[in-house]
Design a protein around this ligand. Structure first.
Ligand code: ZN
Length: 252
């Protein structure tokens, strides 16, 4: 009798805890963060620090931050469980994953992409993604370096708590052609300050308007070019943007 009562109590408590976070409340939103460990080592280093950062934040801010290296989790059935998808250091490679992601975004899902997740070139063969991102990779600096950034739009929920300009930690910066700023649907939030030029030693970015954070206003999405190496989360200022970004994406 006593045992069965205990069993019933445990079952009841387990049911209560299903779908709740460590704080005991039901989560505000659910994030699926995908990454890879078989990519460039600097990109794996970034993934390690991003996972640490967002896992801690998820516990504090009461959202679910599920992690996986299995990109096949980008399927219609699984995506029903999530409001936000994050690509930390990779992108889908097959048609099935691409189609499910397109459907997820077109139906109101949210996306946060870092650094190489936005990489695409003439071999990528994914026109939908070029339209979604509004940009094609053009060039990069090497070695990775810190850079002074300008906040183009400080009114967006992702950038409203950071100053008009700040120094972003060591990163490999990408240039884009076409420039996302020329796309009517793209709103550029942060860009490289021209005072950084020439940027690099082996590969040098000498000039140009280079957006680093933007949103496509047709979707709930943010692309951030940061994501190379283990220093990205060293700036309290920038971290604030990383936090506000995911909270905005997760907000209904
Ligand atoms: Zn990189």
């Amino acid at each position: 009798m006593k045992n069965s009562l205990l069993k019933a109590a445990v079952t009841f408590l387990s049911l209560l805890m299903l779908g709740t976070t460590s704080s005991g409340q039901s989560p505000k939103f659910r994030v699926l963060a995908l990454y890879s460990t078989t990519v460039e080592s600097d990109h794996v280093d970034f993934a390690v620090s991003a996972i640490k950062f967002y896992t801690k934040m998820a516990a504090e801010k009461n959202f679910v931050f599920d992690l996986s290296t299995d990109w096949e989790k980008l399927n219609d059935e699984n995506l029903k469980n999530y409001q936000v998808v994050v690509w930390i250091n990779e992108f889908p490679h097959n048609e099935a994953e691409r189609r499910s992601f397109e459907k997820f975004m077109t139906n109101g899902g949210a996306w946060l992409g870092f650094h190489v997740s936005g990489y695409n070139d003439k071999y990528t063969q994914w026109p939908w993604f070029v339209d979604f991102l509004g940009a094609v990779f053009y060039n990069n600096n090497w070695p990775p370096l810190p850079a002074k950034l300008i906040v183009d739009d400080g009114t967006h929920p992702a950038t409203r708590h950071i100053p008009k300009s700040y120094i972003s930690p060591i990163n490999e910066w990408y240039g884009w052609k076409p420039n996302p700023r020329d796309n009517k649907d793209i709103k550029v939030l942060v860009s490289l300050d021209p005072v950084n030029y020439p940027l690099g030693k082996k590969n040098i970015i000498t000039q140009g308007d280079i957006p680093v954070v933007w949103t496509n206003t047709k979707y709930r999405m943010l692309y951030m070019n940061m994501g190379h190496g283990d220093k990205i989360f060293d700036s309290e200022i920038q971290n604030k943007m990383f936090e506000d970004a995911i909270l905005w994406l997760g907000a209904k």
